[in-house]
Design a protein around this ligand. Structure first.
Ligand code: B12
Ligand code: SF4
Length: 374
């Protein structure tokens, strides 16, 4: 079979499986922006993501994962929302879950499709393949860009002409050689909207993100206390952030995702904060089963809910917040104090007089100092 025919057959199958974008790149001379990844780590922009630093050397080249790999087949699935999610940020009594997580875990959905595509490839051309979604030390965005799916925008995510910023990526490495490196040049021009809209100034310069400031990192990856400077800026976002993606002008051309593809879960569309405040751990587990939010764990989830509750201006939540002052978890207890401070100063001082002296944990005790600032 000619290389072109093989390429076409794989492409057709990928579309049949529900992938929206497809491209292939060879892996020759690939030292993916090595200097830039090193700069990311040198500047400590990876924050607590130790796994990023630990596998830094492997990340520099896909061949470091698998030496016999000759090409990367890169797939994209569109998850563009029906409505502009920026409007959801005004619903401050509801929790904002980022668009990618309002559905069945994309890792599982994409992995099963990649497996099927990989089996198909091996059937039509005996070969070796390995599949990847998100978690391996593989630079998926630069690979996608080299394969012609789009370009890395100034927010650092891949932007596609057809789908704007709303694309999940998946990769199949293969030992079949395809000569096909397209590398589309950036089409961001002088636009800086993603940089300007970022509530926490996490995009420190075009194409460079300080993850430690990114709300996606803070609400999903960061395991401990969230610094005061970020709490108000987090608003009602309880899992991830989409602002820099949502503002991108290329979304104008984005087609809307098909419900069938990524199993949208309606109850994850702006759920009530009050409901979550009344969740026990087993409620949390049951509610988020099969979704990315489940990987957060109850303590971090409740930390995020309490920050959103603090920002809700809804003083009727005080009663629900109070019970978290007795939580065994430091990060929950600390954010309950913060939420109480934001929602009711009277109640804050009343509780402070009872609890300040008995609190043993420094970071939590610090939260009781809030009152000193007014
Ligand atoms: C770590 C990680 C994060 C971290 C850090 C993000 C980051 N930008 O680095 C955090 C937790 C913050 C995060 C958040 C999100 N993530 Co994430 N994340 C990843 C992961 C696992 C690795 C990314 C990585 O390598 N980062 C390290 C930096 C150094 O790499 P980089 O961003 O590519 O940086 C390059 C550019 O800056 C470039 N560069 C530097 N200077 C210049 C100058 C010019 C001119 C150019 C052209 C390039 C350039 O060089 C660097 C090295 O290649 C990937 C999956 C994977 N295995 O690739 C998913 C991934 C990138 N995430 C994804 C998603 C969807 C998100 C969120 C939208 C989720 C959400 N809604 O909350 C946010 C978006 C935040 C943002 N603005 O980036 C998708 C992105 C899909 C796409 N269309 O690009 C991926 C690919 C997962 C997937 N398989 O779909 N994520
Ligand atoms: S995801 Fe949100 S916080 Fe992170 S860079 Fe984009 S706009 Fe900023």
């Amino acid at each position: 079979m000619s290389q072109q025919l093989l390429f076409d057959e794989i492409k057709i199958k990928s579309l049949e499986l529900g992938f929206d974008e497809f491209g292939i790149t060879d892996l020759e001379n690939f030292e993916f922006n090595s200097l830039k990844i090193m700069e990311f780590v040198k500047n400590k922009h990876h924050g607590e993501m130790k796994w990023f630093k630990d596998k830094l050397e492997i990340r520099k080249n896909p061949k470091n994962i698998w030496n016999d790999a000759k090409s990367a087949i890169v797939l994209g699935i569109n998850y563009g929302p029906i409505n502009n999610p920026l409007k959801d940020l005004t619903q401050i009594r509801k929790g904002y879950i980022s668009i990618y997580s309002r559905r069945r875990d994309y890792h599982k959905v994409i992995k099963s499709k990649l497996k099927e595509l990989a089996r198909f490839i091996q059937k039509i051309k005996p070969s070796e393949v390995k599949i990847f979604v998100d978690t391996a030390p593989l630079m998926e965005k630069p690979l996608a860009s080299a394969a012609g799916l789009g370009w890395q925008g100034k927010h650092t995510n891949l932007v596609s002409k057809k789908y704007g910023s709303w694309l999940f990526l998946g990769v199949i490495l293969t030992n079949i050689y395809f000569k096909n490196k397209k590398n589309i040049n950036s089409k961001c021009g002088s636009c800086k909207q993603c940089i300007t809209i970022c509530p926490t100034n996490a995009i420190v310069k075009p194409y460079s993100l300080d993850a430690r400031r990114c709300i996606s990192y803070l609400t999903i990856e960061h395991k401990t206390h969230i610094k005061k400077e970020f709490r108000i800026k987090i608003g009602n976002r309880i899992f991830g952030c989409d602002d820099c993606l949502a503002i991108c002008p290329w979304n104008k051309f984005a087609k809307k995702y098909s419900d069938l593809k990524l199993n949208f879960i309606k109850k994850l569309n702006l759920p009530s904060l009050e409901m979550f405040l009344n969740f026990e751990e087993h409620d949390y587990r049951r509610y988020f089963v099969g979704t990315p939010v489940r990987r957060l764990g109850y303590n971090r989830f409740m930390r995020n809910i309490l920050i959103a509750a603090a920002n809700s201006k809804n003083s009727s939540l005080v009663k629900s917040v109070l019970r978290y002052l007795d939580s065994n978890s430091d990060i929950i207890r600390a954010m309950a104090i913060w939420a109480l401070f934001c929602l009711s100063k009277n109640r804050f001082f009343k509780e402070k007089s009872k609890r300040f002296n008995v609190e043993q944990i420094f970071e939590v005790k610090q939260e009781w100092f809030n009152g000193e600032e007014i």
